[in-house]
Design a protein around this ligand. Structure first.
Ligand code: TRP
Length: 333
């Protein structure tokens, strides 16, 4: 096909958007689940990146503790910037500072039936996990609000956790419906899942999660990381270092795979572990070293940002100003 010239204009870069629920400090599971992908795509230079702090989304379940949300936003944004999200290249903004998101959400609620929203699998999970009697309208509308986030900036690529793919599907339906009924304004977004969609917890349960208390935080000190790793769950069938051990399903090795860049060392440890030629202590000590090497630059960056009063507020205010311009662009058709 002939190269598209676009009347001499530079072709528009693809739009990337993703949202973060501000739940306070983030952990290693958040990193390999989505942050890593966000960073990679930001740094590739191929995307126009929008990252939104979804404070309304956090309220759908955290409305009773809404006073804490300011701190949660602060801690979360510090982590997000510390891993390398760069406000001079990407637009980082706060959902509630863009009234147009709420307006678009309201309009989209007309296009989604209550039945359709009730069939979204994350809804049942939330109701079950949070032991709710039934879902609030806010919670039912959670994915519709997410569609408004994405479509407001006409996002095409959306890095998300695997459980969020059903929300991206709904976003595509809303876009199609809108485009058919009115004007072809919105693209159909595509979800992108990270390298380790589910990192196990330090206790061996399938998911690292704050509510389970099995996390390693991006801001943990080297000593905290050491303590957490040294008491991690390993292979329960292995009683002595000379017993052959299991590598699969062993979170210590999953973390090695995710965070230890020295593949030879990891292969060697796995080989010796399955033959009963290495103790858990050595495997864990090497993991502590790898994790602290990975986390050290993040901690340093975080500390540097914390020393600049008003910095976060400025980043969010400036990003929200830019995002708001997007919201006000007239029809793209
Ligand atoms: N629901 C997402 C989560 O829980 C957060 C989110 C809000 C989001 N708005 C978004 C993700 C828009 C992608 C796009 O992780």
């Amino acid at each position: 096909m002939a190269e598209q010239r676009n009347n001499g204009a530079v072709p528009r870069r693809k739009r990337l958007l993703t949202g973060l629920r501000p739940t306070g400090k983030y952990h290693l599971g958040n990193y390999v689940g989505t942050f890593e992908k966000d960073l990679e795509l930001q740094n590739s230079g191929e995307y126009d990146c929008f990252f939104l702090v979804a404070d309304f989304h956090a309220l759908t379940t955290g409305y009773e503790t809404s006073r804490e949300i300011g701190d949660d936003i602060r801690e979360g944004v510090l982590d997000f910037l510390a891993v390398g999200i760069d406000p001079s290249r990407s637009t980082l903004y706060l959902q509630s500072l863009i009234p147009e998101v709420s307006e678009l959400f309201l309009l989209f609620t007309m296009l989604v039936s209550a039945n359709r929203a009730q069939r979204i699998p994350t809804l049942k999970e939330q109701v079950r996990d949070l032991k709710l009697d039934s879902a609030s309208l806010g919670l039912l509308n959670y994915p519709v609000l997410q569609a408004a986030d994405i479509l407001m900036v006409r996002g095409e690529v959306v890095p998300v956790g695997r459980d969020q793919l059903s929300h991206i599907e709904l976003t595509r339906e809303v876009a199609r419906r809108f485009n058919q009924l009115y004007e072809p304004v919105f693209p159909e977004a595509e979800g992108l899942v990270g390298r380790f969609p589910k990192l196990p917890g330090t206790d061996g349960s399938p998911k690292m999660s704050k509510s389970l208390g099995n996390t390693i935080l991006l801001s943990d000190t080297a000593e905290t990381v050491r303590k957490k790793v040294m008491s991690m769950y390993t292979d329960p069938t292995r009683l002595r270092a000379t017993d052959p051990g299991h590598v699969r399903g062993n979170p210590v090795f999953t973390y090695h795979d995710a965070f230890n860049p020295n593949h030879e060392e990891v292969q060697d440890l796995k080989a010796r572990y399955t033959k009963g030629r290495v103790g858990d202590v050595e495997v864990k000590q090497k993991l502590v070293a790898a994790l602290n090497t990975f986390l050290e630059p993040i901690r340093e960056k975080r500390a540097e940002l914390e020393r600049q009063p008003g910095y976060l507020e400025d980043v969010l205010a400036e990003g929200s100003r830019k995002a708001r311009v997007e919201a006000r662009v007239e029809s793209m058709a």
